[in-house]
Design a protein around this ligand. Sequence first.
Ligand code: LLP
Length: 421
Amino acid sequence: MDHFNYQGGELCAEDVPLARIAAEVGTPVYVYSTATLSRHFNLFREALAWTDHLICYAVKANSNLAVLKLLGAMGAGMDVVSGGEYARARAAGVPGERIVFSGVGKTRGEMAQAIQGGIRQFNIESEPEMQALSEVAAGQGAVVPVAVRVNPDVDARTHAKIATGKSENKFGIPIARAREVYAEAARLPGLRVVGIDMHIGSQLTDLDPYRQAYSKMAQLCRTLRADGHAIMRLDMGGGLGIPYRRDNAAPPLPIEYGQVIRETVGDLGCEIEIEPGRNIVGNAGVLLASVIHTKRGEGRDFLILDAAMNDLIRPAMYDAHHDIVPVREPAVGAEVAPVDVVGPVCETGDTFARGVQLPPLGDGELVAFRSAGAYGAVMASEYNSRPLVPEVLVAGDRFAVIRPRPSIDEMLGRDRIPDWL
Ligand code: LLP
């Protein structure tokens, strides 16, 4: 459920007509709903109410400081994968004790930054990384809490580019080698082993891969404890999918996911960490765009928008589907016709969707891409020298620009011409 609904014939974000935002901020623009963000965060809270837990929101999904601040104020921890994300979480007021550092290639500089600033746990992905972290920590006279990311070799049954839990993926250490890696971690002076970490992929629409992976985790936890490791935390990763198509069977709910965690690892007495990103912000955002014009092609019409692949890369990158809806509510029984929805960037890949059934839309009319709150603005670029897409946050009948659109001058002003040119 989200808070983008038609009211009085107009699509609104909570109580704000999207047309009002378009008039004041311009398009393209991302619009997020605080009510949906908090609702989704609370669903995870309810799903894990049976145990001690920390919901570490995956900052990569949407890293705007206002979004982080909202979630942090509700008690969320953060899962970060770079020094930049760590700095964002801290700048949004999240204390280090609630920040988990994941990622397959942390640099020594990033490790030092997080140790100095405070950190709940590093999720280690390899032995060389373990060595490096121990050295960096010991150099600061610190001993840092770590979990080792274990690759359970489970098929997450999602898009190949976002599956991470198979043995051929670059992530984690093979589960078969976990005991020796934990033994080595325990020997290193800068590390204190506190848990086990897994993340098997993103946009999972089936609970079965989770069940398989978490059963392996439970087994490993018992083995490692028997080996003498004090495993107190289990980081279950993120990845629970969201409904991208309103007409499709919905993926499992957080409460059902929480039940799988309970059934597989609930008896181990560990604190549970999860790292959801998309499920919290995905359906809490839309990308609002205007029609530039409709172009009649041979055998097909093109709806050319002012949003492009640089603003929302997911369709070009993963063939991802986003529902595209008119902001002015179509009359009941209004005629629709198929159009290819495209952006102005000079690539054929700048196609959002083909054959979308839409009512006729005049130049300047507004459309919204639904489910665009996650991996939307964060993956945007300035390709074709299109200024970075702005972001707006709505709460009830209020809205605020949480990242303004840079002017062309600001964009150009970042470049430097050497004096020898
Ligand atoms: N934890 C780790 C270690 C991750 O790598 C990820 C996502 C998450 C948590 C959050 O997963 P989520 O709950 O959001 O599924 N750009 C792609 C998605 C990439 C996901 C990468 N890792 C997309 O647009 O679909």
